[in-house]
Design a protein around this ligand. Structure first.
Ligand code: SPD
Length: 248
């Protein structure tokens, strides 16, 4: 194994967000550069195309905010769709609920799943072996286009920052398709970037969802190693406002 430690930075608008550690894997998949860095302070960290995605230390700050506001608001959940989420953290949080019967995890890059299963074991934990989890290596937009109307109870968009191959997943056409396949009482939850470091994208996500859905709600919290540290998650539903009503 490489014993050399080095600084790896996410460079964003003239600022650097760095961790020091040993690179334990660095590969170019069909879609992106994937790095796993082993650090003393954050455990193992995953970077995709120069952007920090998750780390052993901070993953809970992100995954819990994406999953629990939506899942704890619904009494019955037969099926969930996760777009992205190849590190397994979002699936792990969903599978904590006994009421969840099936989780379709649609990840475009199977290499992300492979390295996450191998190195980020404390993130995916046993969720990879849970029979309710179905993994599909597929483009998220294509997957959604092939799903019947009113099918999912919850859609969770656990996607990376907009890039050449993921930018469609931040557009109104994509959200329209999500709305079509969510049940009347279902919830769409998406990571909605940072109001500080990704202000324009953040506002566009919220505006697009507000135009399409009856109810939207944006929540802010902290993921300190993401650019600027402040992050957001937006929840949208078609009908009544189900958010944050605790289920029994
Ligand atoms: N800049 C970070 C954007 C985070 C998006 N998803 C993270 C994946 C964690 N499952």
């Amino acid at each position: 194994m490489n014993e050399k430690t080095e600084w790896i930075d996410e460079v964003h608008k003239g600022s650097r967000y760095g961790l020091k550690g040993k690179i334990i894997t660095k590969i170019n998949s069909r879609y992106q550069e994937i790095i796993i860095l082993e650090t003393n302070s954050f455990g193992k960290a995953l970077m995709l195309d120069g952007c920090w995605m998750t780390s052993d230390k901070e993953e809970k700050y992100y995954h819990e905010c994406l999953v629990h506001p939506a899942l704890s608001s619904l009494e019955e959940i037969s099926n969930i769709l996760i777009i992205g989420g190849g590190d397994g953290g979002t699936a792990r949080e969903c599978l904590k609920y006994k009421k969840v019967l099936k989780v379709d995890l649609v990840e475009i890059d199977e290499e992300v799943i492979r390295v996450s299963k191998k190195y980020l074991t404390s993130i995916g934990k046993n969720s990879w072996n849970d029979k309710r989890l179905k993994i599909h290596i597929c483009d998220g937009f294509q997957w959604i286009k092939n799903i019947q109307d009113n099918y999912y109870d919850v859609i969770l968009l656990d996607i990376s920052d907009p890039s050449e191959f993921s930018k469609e997943l931040f557009g109104k056409n994509f959200y329209k398709e999500c709305k079509r396949i969510i049940k009347e009482k279902g919830i769409l939850a998406t990571q909605s970037e940072s109001p500080e470091s990704f202000e324009e994208i953040h506002i566009n996500i919220i505006k697009s969802l507000r135009d399409l859905f009856q109810n939207t709600y944006t929540m802010y919290s902290f993921v300190p190693f993401y650019p600027s540290g402040i992050w957001s998650w937006t929840f949208a539903s078609k009908d009544e406002n189900f958010f944050f009503k605790r289920s029994k």
